[in-house]
Design a binder for this molecule. Structure first.
Ligand code: SF4
Ligand code: SF4
Length: 184
């Protein structure tokens, strides 16, 4: 697990009253969170059932299996009554980064960082100085050796290009992975 903290720019109260994260339209959504091998091992050691994870094609990453909840499918760690993540302090890197997104660029020639404009807070505040300043801290965090090593060994963390994501940086390192062309 990574020791370095990632500052969260979106206030918790905003997320607790938002209905976007942790809920998905499809049971097999490719946007369901990815866990690294260390993250999965940690939750297994804490008593999580191995069957909540499905292996991904890079051989290291696992994706959480979503469960039905009313009209959606939710992450099994999501608490519908409070809108809280039951593993928040140890949630996977994939979730810690959101609304920042690691994905393939449109022509699949490189890996970029972007911000998902489906996040209402990001859409509203993206142009502010505070938010723009925060982008550099996200770039710096992702480009640390530790995080880049994790991405290199878990290329399934690199999602497919999404046109709702505003790209703000191309990663410096060459990462060899070509995810499917659509996350739909
Ligand atoms: S979409 Fe944005 S505001 Fe809503 S819960 Fe997710 S991070 Fe928070
Ligand atoms: S692990 Fe937590 S933050 Fe991530 S999708 Fe599940 S409930 Fe949401």
């Amino acid at each position: 697990m990574l020791n370095e903290k990632l500052y969260q720019i979106i206030p918790s109260e905003v997320c607790f009253s938002c209905d976007v994260c942790c809920r998905f339209l499809e049971e097999d959504s490719p946007l369901a969170p990815i866990f690294t091998s260390d993250e999965k091992e940690y939750f297994i050691s804490q008593g999580a059932d191995l069957s909540v994870f499905r292996s991904r094609e890079d051989g290291k990453s696992s994706q959480i299996k979503l469960i039905p909840s009313k009209d959606f499918y939710i992450c099994p760690f999501f608490e519908t009554g409070t809108n809280k993540c039951s593993i928040y302090a140890n949630r996977p890197l994939d979730c810690k980064l959101y609304p920042f997104v690691l994905m393939s660029n449109e022509d699949r020639s490189g890996v970029v960082l972007g911000i998902d404009m489906l996040c209402p807070y990001s859409e509203k505040y993206f142009e502010t100085d505070v938010f723009q300043h925060h982008l550099q801290s996200i770039i710096d965090y992702v480009e640390t050796d530790d995080v880049m090593d994790i991405i290199a060994t878990h290329p399934c963390l690199i999602g497919a290009y999404q046109d709702t994501v505003k790209v703000f940086h191309t990663l410096n390192q060459d990462l060899h992975y070509a995810p499917p062309s659509s996350n739909a």
